[in-house]
Ligand binder design. Structure first.
Ligand code: NDP
Length: 240
């Protein structure tokens, strides 16, 4: 049976690598995105994977968007909550808008998307949810009170719904990436990036495929004994 997977923010960066890896592993994949139509069009041309535009921070839009995905692609068996943004600033300069936008996009989105698929997963007694957190949600990061708080929230969210899903064939896990070479890092000045790499034991940035491989592993039917876990994919940086 071909399982259906939805990857939020699945058209660029880490999300694109996850979408492609799941497709290569035999899943029927739908990729969500937020606003970059050009990137989404190019992604679909490259991969043949359909892209669905809806704002995962908007509860009603997400409900409607996921209903559309299920109509076109089929009932969602695998959800990867990957969409995320940064709006950095130290607390004494951070605006409420920066705070709120990041909490809604990075954390409330996990509620919005998971809520929209959980009833179907419970009925079918199978589901896989993978939430993409960050090393900065584990360690905290200067200038990222909003991002660190949202990503830390994902860990509690994961464990709570892992408990709820455990008797229903649903597993829920978190991947906490270290620094991965995507556009998200393009705003980091080169001298800061060099300092970051110097603190990574394997001495390189991660590749999106490093995260994608971990997703494929976690969502497999055979990974049914792994739930409520955090897998750190960070080149040995900040070990737990
Ligand atoms: P990118 O900025 O490269 O891609 C982000 C993706 O999320 C895009 O597809 C974007 O859509 C989508 N997105 C953003 N906001 C929304 C929204 N409101 N609704 C729907 N989709 C949205 O990010 P990365 O690939 O680097 O990051 C992916 C995830 O990994 C994020 O959660 C990030 O926090 C996390 N992460 C990244 C790390 C890194 O070093 N890169 C390290 C640790 C964690 P669109 O194309 O339309 O803008």
């Amino acid at each position: 049976m071909e399982r259906v997977a939805l990857v939020t923010g699945g058209t660029r960066g880490i999300g694109e690598a996850i979408s492609v890896a799941l497709q290569n592993a035999g899943y029927r994949v739908a990729a969500n995105y937020g606003g970059n139509d050009e990137a989404a069009r190019a992604f679909t041309e490259r991969t043949g994977i359909p892209a669905f535009k809806f704002d995962v921070s908007d509860h009603e839009a997400t409900k409607a968007g996921i209903a559309q995905v299920e109509e076109v692609v089929g009932p969602i068996d695998v959800l990867v909550n990957n969409a995320g943004i940064t709006r950095d600033g130290t607390l004494h300069k951070m605006t409420y808008e920066q705070w709120h936008k990041v909490i809604e996009t990075n954390l409330s989105s996990c509620f919005n998307c998971s809520r929209a698929v959980i009833e179907g997963m419970r009925e079918r007694r199978f589901g896989r949810i993978v939430n993409i957190s960050s090393i900065n949600g584990q360690a905290g990061q200067f200038g990222q009170a909003n991002y660190s708080a949202a990503k830390a929230g994902i860990h509690g969210f994961t464990k709570a719904i892992a408990l709820e899903g455990a008797g229903k064939g649903i597993t829920v896990n978190t991947i906490a990436p270290g620094y991965i070479d995507t556009e998200m890092l393009s705003g980091v000045p080169p001298e800061i990036l060099q300092k970051i790499i110097a603190r990574i034991p394997v001495a390189r940035l991660g590749e999106p495929e490093d995260i994608a491989r971990t997703v494929v592993f976690l969502v497999d039917d055979a990974a049914s004994f792994i739930t409520g876990s955090t897998i750190c994919v960070n080149g040995g940086q900040y070990m737990y």
